[in-house]
Design a protein around this ligand. Structure first.
Ligand SMILES: *Cc1c(COP(=O)(O)O)cnc(C)c1O
Length: 364
């Protein structure tokens, strides 16, 4: 086998080795079926089982029952930026409220505006999205169609510690922190996450919708943009990305059986992120954290070095330690270490050791 590197990419991102090995082992022939997950019909009994187990695993991990429907869609999270307002803002006769805390929630508002009135409750672009709103800064009203937010801004590396308070259905883009910690799903109306950050390969987006909200969907939407089509047809109205859903099933199985559930995953994620944030606190002149301390993300650790040259040197030397994909997003600059669920603790330890070594050799 070619040696794997530690991949700190923000997405598509690292997957659990055990999941890759199982997919590899079954690549030519699923047990007893003689064909691969990339060749088998989405109408097969095998795939019915895959959908059923994935949904059952998600329900178990999140502690949700039949009050929610789990949908498997395509078009990534960005299509959800459109389908959310199409299904829940169009014809609602009231505005939708958006909390803008970084690049992804900002992009979502632009799509929502095509469907109706959008009220921005908070947008701290002028602070370069380094922090999240305090509860007293959010004046949400009870007459909105829904309240939208992004639980973890992947690019800026800021993550809500708790859901914003809402008297209307809460809609959450959880693309980059889904299943990183336990959630109180009774707070949510809709939660969506593309797979390629924390859940599986690109191609499938999981959408969890509270059933009563499906009754609010207006008539006349294109059928493949209408959540009710996916709910009615068990996400089989057209051909779903079979292989991607199969890998999501394996990842949810890994979370349950190998990790032991979301409380355990959360503890591991705190341990991993704590190692890196500890260094930001120890060497604040060299590793200048982007996120304000109380908004730091468990998943995406963002920081800058004192100069472009130092950043380039950091990235180059890290690659020699087989630590890859550390360059920050062009809008924030610096370094971003994405340490999703599947990043093994050894990978974070290796990055920590490199950062200590780099700091000792730096003059700052
Ligand atoms: C990656 C990401 C998106 C966009 O996902 P696509 O599947 O590429 O459309 C949206 N929101 C967040 C928070 C993300 O991290």
């Amino acid at each position: 086998m070619h040696e794997r590197v530690y991949n700190f990419s923000p997405g598509p991102a690292v997957l659990p080795l055990k999941v890759l090995e199982q997919a590899q082992g079954e690549l030519l022939s699923l047990p007893g079926l003689g064909m691969s997950a990339m060749e088998i019909s989405h109408r097969s009994k095998w795939f019915d089982g895959v959908l059923a187990e994935t949904t059952a695993n998600l329900r178990k991990l999140l502690g949700i029952g039949e009050e929610f429907t789990v949908l498997y869609m395509q078009g990534g999270s960005r299509l959800q930026f459109s389908t959310i307002p199409m299904n829940f803002l169009r014809g609602a006769g009231k505005p939708a409220e958006y909390i803008v805390t970084g690049s992804w929630s900002k992009t979502a508002t632009a799509e929502a505006r095509r469907e109706g009135e959008v009220r921005i409750l908070f947008d701290n672009k002028d602070e370069n999205y380094r922090r999240l709103p305090r509860p007293d800064e959010l004046k949400s009203s009870a007459d909105a169609a829904y309240l939208y937010y992004c639980s973890n801004e992947t690019i800026q590396g800021v993550q809500f510690a708790a859901e914003p308070r809402a008297d209307v259905p809460l809609v959450c883009d959880a693309s980059s922190d889904f299943l990183c910690r336990p959630l109180d799903m009774s707070r949510y109306g809709v939660l969506f996450a593309c797979a390629q950050k924390n859940l599986g390969p690109a191609g499938v987006t999981v959408v969890i919708v509270r059933n009563d909200l499906l009754e609010r969907v207006p008539e006349g939407l294109h059928s493949m943009l209408d959540y009710r089509t996916y709910a009615k047809e068990n996400s089989l109205a057209n051909t779903p990305p079979v292989f991607a859903v199969y890998v999501v099933m394996l990842v949810t199985r890994w979370l349950l059986d190998d990790i032991g559930g979301l409380a355990k995953m959360y503890a591991l994620n705190r341990q991993k992120s704590g190692m890196l944030y500890g260094l930001l606190d120890k060497y604040p002149d060299l590793y200048q954290g982007h996120a304000q301390r109380d908004c730091r993300s468990l998943m995406n650790v963002t920081f800058r070095l004192p100069s472009e040259e130092a950043t380039a040197q950091f990235v180059k030397e890290a690659a020699a330690w087989r630590l890859c994909e550390l360059k920050g997003h062009r809008s924030v600059g610096g370094i971003r270490a994405s340490i999703y669920n599947a990043m093994p603790i050894e990978g974070v330890e290796a990055l920590r050791d490199f950062m200590i070594d780099f700091a000792k050799r730096s003059k700052t």
